[in-house]
Design a protein around this ligand. Structure first.
Ligand SMILES: [Zn+2]
Length: 311
């Protein structure tokens, strides 16, 4: 009875049973991943694994509607799991409390959803999807615009972004309406891919201008990933938002949080991260090698990270 309005659709029908057997991985449960997770859980996808190391901050609530004020400070995967199970107790939700890495196996999943917010992380996922021959539903959102693309073999995401730089994930501002729109499209594309075939082309959408288009994507002859040459170099990426600077190592490195606590003034302690004072500002250090600086000048931030990560 729960899915009666969905099984009435010719596109779903008896496919509902296959959705209940499906096993999907959602990498990143921020704005895109948490929303896609909620839609797919409500739609009856039976097995959902959530991979993320981040904790919920007050500034996430503007768009991450799976979470509420009482979740601030909790691990995203834990809060998301609890909310998803309360939505549908039949959904089997598993959690992985660490960042996705090139070593993470995706062979057991039918499909992967990209809920990451960085170009680097997305390319690591793209490599994994090609290597394991799994469909990957990419989503990006920045400002009032976003994109959706399903990778299933070639052309892949690297074919599209080769040589381009991205500002998403830099907290340069994003409207909750676009992250919801993109996550909805990702959820629909995921269901369609599980039941029939992936939608073709790269879809671009701007919710403010109400403009959208779908572009055919040719294979890029210069694309290494399509030739099976998986690389993703691990330069530390810094990106500057309004008052925040974020640094992360694309490949997870374990940070000794005990050492951070001993050497610095602790403002707030979380299980997998610690917020400490740095000059006039603060830095939130995640145990998997991500740093979020507030009111810290870039040279001081770089100096801090270099003292901790192996570069
Ligand atoms: Zn490619």
């Amino acid at each position: 009875m729960r899915h009666i309005h969905q099984t009435a659709l010719p596109q779903i029908g008896e496919g509902q049973e296959r959705l209940s057997q499906a096993n999907i991985l959602i990498v990143g449960v921020g704005a895109l991943g948490s929303t896609a997770a909620e839609i797919l859980c409500r739609a009856g996808v039976g097995n959902i694994t959530l991979c993320d190391f981040d904790i919920i901050e007050e500034s996430n609530l503007q768009r991450q509607s799976l979470y509420t004020t009482v979740d601030i400070g909790r691990l995203k995967v834990e809060a998301a799991k609890e909310h998803l199970i309360s939505i549908d107790p039949n959904c089997l939700v598993k959690t992985v409390e660490e960042p996705f890495s090139p070593d993470t196996s995706i062979s057991e999943y039918d499909l992967v959803i990209d809920g990451t917010d960085s170009l680097d992380a997305r390319l690591v996922l793209n490599d994994a999807a090609l290597r394991h021959k799994k469909p990957l539903v990419i989503g990006t959102a920045s400002g009032t615009a976003g994109m959706v693309y399903v990778v299933q073999g070639s052309p892949c995401w690297q074919c599209i972004v080769q040589g381009k730089t991205s500002t998403d994930g830099c907290e340069s501002g994003v409207l909750g309406a676009i992250t919801h729109a993109i996550a909805s499209l990702q959820a629909a594309a995921a269901m369609r891919t599980l039941l029939t075939s992936p939608p073709q082309g790269l879809f671009e959408l701007d919710v403010w201008e109400m403009q959208w288009r779908s572009i055919a994507v040719p294979q890029n002859p210069a694309c290494d990933a399509c030739k099976g040459r998986f690389r993703h170099e691990t330069a530390l990426r810094f990106c500057q938002g309004r008052s925040r600077l974020i640094a992360r190592s694309p490949v997870p490195q374990v940070v000794d949080l005990e050492m951070i606590r001993k050497r610095n003034d602790v403002v707030k302690d979380y299980r997998t991260a610690v917020l400490v004072k740095l000059g006039e500002g603060t830095v939130l250090v995640h145990k998997h090698g991500a740093f979020e600086f507030t009111d810290v000048p870039e040279p001081a931030a770089k100096e801090f990270v270099k003292g901790i990560l192996k570069m």
